[in-house]
Ligand binder design. Structure first.
Ligand code: CA
Length: 226
């Protein structure tokens, strides 16, 4: 288990390292204060999870995400001091899996990391089919009419859960628990962003979805294939 921390505030890096040392000693924490170096580390060090600050001295965290997502689906948690929803939404849109607002509690951070790692473990049923969609939840490979579509780890889990429950409405809370291990404040808003990204990838007209449908105020469900 290897954790890559991309953060220029030494105190925060130390706090994260200490949290792991105490509560998860078998995890190895590596860090860098530079975004560009962080991108290199994702390639050379193959971390299991990335914790990413948005404000870095060389390039922004958003740019780091963009570059990472060109070659890796490594689970990535954004660390942000900014509580503005716009930053969080932008981070998720650029391919982050989750976010946590500074200052954070040790236990909260570790719980998020754990749920992110846990959902990397294979589910019993890994090959799912729904209409023209074929998803392998182990590898995250999605095929639509035999064309491969790249998914982030979170998109893979959301779609996998919806496919497993095809025809049934999945509530925001159930979906958040399936994807993140708990239903935390703000999960519904995060889901909304991930669902929008998924629709952009698989719907002909993402504004008028025909595959992933919304049950207003309740959750989402997959429409019966035509
Ligand atoms: Ca910073």
């Amino acid at each position: 288990m290897k954790v890559l921390v991309i953060e220029d505030d030494k105190e925060i890096v130390d706090a994260i390292s200490l949290a792991f040392q105490i509560r998860w000693p078998e995890a190895k924490v590596i860090s860098t204060r530079l975004g560009q170096k962080g991108v290199e580390f994702v390639e050379t060090e193959q971390p299991d999870i990335v914790i990413l600050d948005l404000g870095l001295p060389d390039i922004t965290g958003f740019e780091v995400l963009r570059q990472i997502r060109r070659f890796s689906a490594v689970p990535t948690i954004i660390l942000t001091v900014r509580t503005e929803e716009a930053d969080v939404v932008k981070g998720l849109e650029w391919g982050a899996d989750d976010y946590i607002t500074k200052p954070f509690r040790q236990l909260e951070l570790l719980a998020r990391v754990r749920s992110m790692i846990r959902r990397h473990t294979p589910l019993e049923e890994s090959n799912l089919t729904f209409g023209h969609l074929q998803l392998n939840t182990d590898t995250g490979q999605l095929y639509m009419n035999d064309k491969e579509i790249a998914l982030t780890v979170t998109e893979n889990h959301i779609l996998g859960y919806l496919m497993k429950n095809a025809g049934r409405v999945v509530t925001h809370s159930n979906l958040a628990e399936a994807v993140w291990g708990d239903d935390y404040p703000g999960a519904t808003d995060s889901l909304k962003v991930h669902i929008r990204r998924l629709r952009e990838k698989i719907e002909q007209d993402p504004g008028k979805p025909r595959i992933i449908l919304t049950k207003t105020g309740v959750g989402y469900f997959l429409a019966k294939p035509e």
